[in-house]
Design a protein around this ligand. Structure first.
Ligand SMILES: C[S@@+](CC[C@H](N)C(=O)[O-])C[C@H]1O[C@@H](n2cnc3c(N)ncnc32)[C@H](O)[C@@H]1O
Length: 198
């Protein structure tokens, strides 16, 4: 079963995951004007488009062609400075270091055995003094039925913190929230969010 967002990315009128997250707004004053930013697994671009609208140059990729096509449309419409392409996070080859890497709500869709290697690569290609913003679903709540096929790498509570133990933790949050997909399925998610500084 395809995850619900594939169909929803076809609707260009509405951002599937709403507005940019608060922590992405909060990091902005900490960034230099010419900061290099990567939004990996960008979806329809709520973070990439927000940061580009503030004047940053943003690289963004997603495995979903529907997501990338939608963000390309938004880029043209709003004349945003975003480089967008289709890519699997597991195959992504870094060309340079970034001052900020955002991976928001993505890593739980990647197989457990690949996660550590991917996170190590994100960390290696973050500039000294740069930031990673990572949000992951944890196993403190059951996986909703419509995401059972996709959510193959759910995190344990606090696990993401351990990957960043050698960086400064600027912010860590653990909380639950109620959600309802367009298909009407009501459920609860447990989330860990970290802002870590190299
Ligand atoms: C829940 S959405 C979050 C989108 C966006 N980060 C946001 O916060 O609005 C998860 C996204 O991860 C993407 N994704 C899942 N596995 C991926 C992979 N291996 N490589 C790149 N993107 C992936 C999906 O296509 C989807 O767009």
């Amino acid at each position: 079963m395809k995850p619900f967002w594939e169909e929803e990315y076809l609707n260009i009128k509405r951002s599937v995951f709403g507005k940019q997250s608060k922590e992405v707004e909060e990091i902005v004053p900490l960034l230099k004007k010419d900061a290099r930013i990567l939004d990996a697994g960008c979806g329809d671009g709520r973070h990439a488009a927000y940061l580009a609208s503030l004047g940053f140059c943003v690289d963004a990729f997603d495995i979903s062609e529907n997501a990338v096509n939608k963000l390309k449309f938004i880029k043209e419409k709003d004349r945003l400075n975003i480089n967008i392409w289709v890519c699997d996070m597991d195959d992504f080859e870094f060309m340079y270091e970034y001052d900020l890497i955002i991976v928001h709500g993505v890593l739980q869709y990647i197989a457990k055995e690949k996660q550590q290697g991917i996170i190590e690569k994100l960390k290696r290609y973050t500039a000294q003094g740069g930031y990673n913003i990572i949000a992951v679903f944890t196993d403190e709540e059951p996986i909703p039925d419509d995401l059972k096929d996709a959510m193959v790498g759910v995190f344990r509570e606090g696990e993401i913190k351990k990957y960043y133990a050698d960086w400064e933790t600027v912010m860590f949050q653990s909380y639950k929230f109620n959600d309802e997909h367009e298909n009407g399925l009501k459920h609860c998610h447990a989330l860990n969010k970290i802002i870590a500084k190299k």
